[in-house]
Write a protein that binds this ligand. Sequence first.
Ligand code: FAD
Length: 378
Amino acid sequence: MNFQLAPVYLDLQEEAAVVAARVEPMAVEADGMSTLHPGVRQALVDSRLLELLVPKSHGGRFEAVDPLAVAVVREVLMGVSSHADSLFALQGIGSYAISVGGSPEQKAQWLPKVALGESLAALGLTEPVAGSDLKSLTTTLTQDGADTLILNGSKAFISNGGVADFYSVLAKDEEGFTLVLVPADAPGLSWTLTPEIIAPHVLADLTFDNVVLPMSAVLGRRKAGLELVLATLSVFRVSVAGACLGVASAALREASQHAHTREQFGKPLAKHGPVAEMLADSWTELEAARLLTYRAAELAQTNPAGTLHHSSMAKLFASEAAGRIVDRGVQIMGRWGLIRDSKMERLYRQARPMRIYEGASSVLRLSIARELPREMNS
Ligand SMILES: Cc1cc2nc3c(=O)[nH]c(=O)nc-3n(C[C@H](O)[C@H](O)[C@H](O)COP(=O)(O)OP(=O)(O)OC[C@H]3O[C@@H](n4cnc5c(N)ncnc54)[C@H](O)[C@@H]3O)c2cc1C
């Protein structure tokens, strides 16, 4: 048993730290934007980090997308900027279905550009009504003659919406769910910005009004849409846990620094029992979250679909822990933790959506519990 990251991941942490240092002066501005920050995009483009999100055969760094590599990088980026973290992650989340299910032409057309940051990717699942219950979606895909498909419906809260160059869109056809690749300039596709959320994020709602697609727009095969979505979650859910570690460790660093320098009642805050307890609990939870995340990511390297429950546990635990850690951080910082756009205040807002997207906590608990009998009997 080895609790150390292998050298390749330590190198990646350093590589990501260089990008994070370049992004840091732009972070307050970028993290307040609901549209793309060109400077942050350029910092990612100039780095080679986006190569981690596609396979080697099409411009990537490793044979296949490595969940541990993605989690490790997200931890570093998210500690500095949610905008940078999201831009990085979405390149993989939006393109993974192409990597694993795309045709040779789809792969050749999009993946090298994703790796270079020339094309931005997005994944469209959520709809005005369908959220956690994905199967209730109503966007339709109908066949028109032998060679044409028509897409109608709408998607909501789509990350990279409005700035993406293509969308992997889940729709319902006559017999099942199919994922289709929709170029952003497809006639009939329009978008509006989603109402701004507490921690701004590049989000748009999409409308498909008789969007005509060739049969070759299908990702994988007809009716395999949910399989490809599951494959994407199996690799990327654990990376959200990585991003949560970034939030939690940044919050703990801020809180610790404040608690050791500010004095009240004649001694540093950190020497007061209740504050020391909060710091100790936060550090302990951060360590536990990190171990769970790295282990789940390692399991996902070899058997992503078979270990999705471990990724769900990591995401559940790390996002809930990050929520508690930033909350304690604000408490320890007192009035300074409340100042708009201060580091702690930003982390406080940024931690909250993480318990909702890529599987809300209660929904993850249900799926983990469903897996338990199999684990107990194995
Ligand atoms: C910042 C951000 C980025 C996003 N990016 C994308 C994106 O790129 N692509 C995309 O498709 N979507 C995206 N989403 C949408 C996201 O996937 C959904 O918000 C998420 O799936 C939850 O769906 P919902 O918000 O409709 O909540 P609902 O499904 O309405 O659930 C609300 C709450 O009800 C509870 N709940 C729901 N079902 C159950 C259940 N079965 N058992 C117990 N409790 C339950 C949970 O507590 C849950 O939090 C994004 C959302 C956010 C906030």
